[in-house]
Design a protein around this ligand. Sequence first.
Ligand code: MLT
Length: 400
Amino acid sequence: MTDLNPFFADLKRPYVFPIIEQKLEDCRKRYPDVQILNFGIGDIALPLAPAIVEAMVRATIEMGQSSSLRGYGPSEGYSFLRSAIAANTYQGLNISQDEIFISDGTNSDVANVQELFPSNCFVGIPDPTYPVYLDTNIIAGREKNIRILPCTNETRFVPTPPSEHCDIVYLCSPNNPTGEALTRDELANWVSWAQEHKAVLILDHAYAAFVTSDNVPKSIYEIPGAHEVAIECKSFSKSAGFTGLRCGYMVMPKTLKGTVAGAPNSIHSLWAKRTGIKSNGVSYPVQRAAEASLSEAGKKQTEEQVALYLRNAQALKKGLEEKGFCCFGGVNSPYIWCAVPNGMKSWDFFDYLLNTCQIISVPGSGFGKLGEGFIRFSAFSTEEKISLALKRIENICVSC
Ligand code: MLT
């Protein structure tokens, strides 16, 4: 028999979202007449904005006409979308459209970007955080080279630069799952650290649209020096409801350099090569839909959706705190990070909430060892469901 990649065996923790999906299914069978309130995976609760739907329909009709048919598109994305992103999201930040690579979403980008680096490089990964960074590096054989960056109460639930060397560091800000964001000073500190260590920062900025605090940047390229040390990944999933459509992008400034066999090499050119080999791009209607989310009408409609999710987050957090829960996040993020009461384990409290209140959350331990003792609530929901959840929680016993 053929040898398989042995590093899959190093994945010790099961991926959390399929387990929750299964528990949700089981719960539906157990309580067929009860409305289950899902604050688990951060999936949208509102329909696509009209400007997005119209653009996608128009693009699909175009493809059905011989005068305007479209086959393969550019691997790195259509110029109309790349230029719309450069003009809107990166206005004044010195990012050109050819530094933007369109993909099917941040999940793929943060999973794939590690291919640019050698298998023996040292990787800094926050804990708790989005599990994909750790798991993809484990599969690539780097388990022994992983350096954990704690995100605990002592660090305000965001990572701080380590004293040990790392070649690459993943940052997620606003952090999934803790909902806390790196401030301008904290991000600037990371950029200085990366310059000193000749390291590359990979910033997962999928939740940038939720940033409302003035001292939290909406792009790492607001920080001087970031163009030489940072890759930024953004997504239309959470900002424009694309979880089912799939579209995101990675920003790779041309000034970002590494070495190959000791000689300087452009990270951008390696990624361009990799994209050409491994991707045939994202579908034309989806890219037109993403472009429409950046139009005046699209921005207005999607910003209203984000504002509603943020109001939900604040209402949920306030209600949980009034009940006696210790909560974090929920200000620059749709996620609320909540200490599990009564010294229970994350999964035990998840099951307790599901069985007593029919509420789905995500156990903190699914995001890393240091997530144990916490639970995450997603505010991608409706106002009605948030109030119903708070009523159901009223009777449970809490002490932090
Ligand atoms: C989450 O709930 O953490 C995210 O929605 C998962 C994802 O984006 O893949």
